[in-house]
Design a protein around this ligand. Structure first.
Ligand code: DAH
Length: 339
């Protein structure tokens, strides 16, 4: 019995020492100390030992058991530590490696110009209003005094979604929507994307941006329009900027005008930038047509107003001296970063 125990002890210790993982170690525990393990079997056969030897043998069995348990625990801790070390080694971070370069975006020139336009008009007490890009023909045309078959409908090559629904060709329908709400007086600008079926070239794109402006109150005159837009031009293009109004025609305003600003490149002397004229066309404007007021539920006897519409790309191209509109749509970060 003594020899058998010695043999079990030596063999078990050897196997424990050679265990290469926690699973193998557990198998060893089961093989010796489990219900059917070798040591347990020895304990069960104590009845065959002579009664006077039993205490001694019993003590020996307990000693071997305690020793094996201790070694198993020790080895288990050592194996777990080793596994942790290996895991850490795998997760090592080389802090000397160069960092990945973060590619940071940049505001688009349109956006920079729009922020400036919004800053100027909100500073004069205007509200910024938005309207839908997919619009009813009725708002895009009819309520702006452009009835069916009106030639102005041809001037703005329209993308039709259905007979009555279009991609808006201008931001002017937001005027009609704002007036219809009936909250007076009105002082608003409305920036947004517009669409026309134009071929792409240096000055055209099928999708571009406008900023609409509308003021409705009592006793508004053309002088208010001139003063407001002259102030806008000065803030946008520089204190020395002069403005000039040329008579024009828009169906939704009467009288209507186009506004030019003195060339901020040559100061009005005439250069390549202003094609020698000293002036640059910047926006369309006019006094809101009484018929438009009426169609939008405002009494033209009591209220008057002015409106204007400016192309955002046009402002951005002029202000940042970009000579091809297509550059604005390529989103090349090397280009964008210059503004
Ligand atoms: N909607 C016009 C266009 O796209 C621009 C415009 C002109 C807007 C005069 C106005 C205005 O509000 O009064 O060409």
């Amino acid at each position: 019995m003594r020899e058998q125990l010695e043999k079990i002890k030596t063999e078990a210790l050897e196997r424990i020492a050679g265990a290469d993982g926690l699973d193998a170690l557990n198998d060893i525990r089961v093989a010796y100390l489990g219900k059917k393990g070798e040591l347990t079997t020895v304990l069960k056969s104590m009845k065959d030992v002579a009664p006077e030897d039993r205490p001694k043998v019993g003590q020996m069995v307990n000693e071997v058991r305690a020793l094996l348990e201790e070694k198993l625990e020790e080895t288990k801790a050592a194996l777990a530590a080793k596994a942790r070390q290996e895991q850490l080694a795998k997760e090592v971070i080389d802090v000397t490696l160069p960092a990945k370069k973060a590619n940071i975006g940049h505001s688009h020139p349109n956006m920079v110009a729009l922020k400036e336009v919004e800053r100027i008009f909100t500073g004069m007490g205007y509200e910024v209003v938005e309207g839908p890009e997919i619009e009813y023909d009725e708002y895009n045309f009819t309520k702006l005094n452009i009835p069916p078959n009106h030639p102005a409908k041809d001037e703005q090559d329209t993308f039709y979604i259905s007979k009555d629904i279009v991609l808006r060709t201008q931001t002017s329908p937001v005027q009609a929507r704002t007036m219809e709400k009936g909250k007076l007086p009105i002082r608003m600008i409305s920036p947004g994307r517009v669409f026309r079926s134009d071929e792409v070239d240096a000055t055209h794109s099928p999708s571009f941006h406008q900023v609409e402006g509308l003021v409705i109150d009592k006793h508004i005159t053309f002088a208010d329009l001139k003063g407001t837009l002259a102030e806008f031009a000065k803030e946008m293009f520089g204190e020395e900027t002069k403005v000039k109004f040329r008579p024009h025609h828009f169906p939704f305003t009467e009288p209507s005008a186009e506004m030019d600003v003195s060339c901020f490149k040559c100061g009005g002397k005439g250069c390549r930038f202003c094609k020698g004229s000293g002036w640059i066309e910047i926006l369309g404007c006019g006094m809101v047509h009484p018929h438009v007021l009426e169609m939008c539920g405002i009494d033209p006897e009591a209220y008057v107003g002015f409106a204007f519409g400016v192309g955002l790309e046009r402002i951005a191209l002029l202000k940042y001296e970009i000579d091809d509109m297509r550059l604005l749509y390529e989103n090349d970060i090397r280009f964008l970063k210059q503004f």
